[in-house]
Design a protein around this ligand. Structure first.
Ligand code: TYC
Length: 106
């Protein structure tokens, strides 16, 4: 068998392959911020309703935000993260709580 990249026509032939690197779409962290006024139960409800957490998970994350000032509540594609932030901000505004939710690239 002839070595690859050579043929028998007396000429040199070179096969050039360019590697196609598959790009993963960037992910975004959704962050919940602490404040002094939003009731703890409201935050727990938000985490259950919009982030699919159990009551126990939601309570734990709420306490982390309360103590540390901020916590990541989920990691999503840009579109899903934007939707979650919008849903939380809307829901908080409608209930007149100052709860803040933001996103940042991972
Ligand atoms: N710090 C608020 C309180 O004492 C509770 C709270 C927790 C508010 C998490 C916002 O993202 C938050 N009522």
């Amino acid at each position: 068998m002839p070595p690859r990249g050579s043929d028998d026509d007396g000429d040199a032939s070179i096969a050039v392959k360019t590697r196609t690197r598959t790009q993963r779409p960037p992910l975004y962290k959704v962050l919940l911020l602490n404040d002094d006024y939003t009731p703890m139960e409201f935050v727990v409800h938000v985490l259950e309703r919009f982030f699919g957490m159990t009551h126990a998970q939601a309570f734990e994350i709420m306490l982390t935000v309360h103590k540390k000032g901020v916590a990541v509540v989920g990691v999503f594609s840009h579109e899903i993260a934007e939707t979650k932030v919008g849903q939380v901000m809307d829901f908080a505004r409608r209930h007149q709580h100052p709860l803040q939710c933001t996103m940042e690239k991972e």
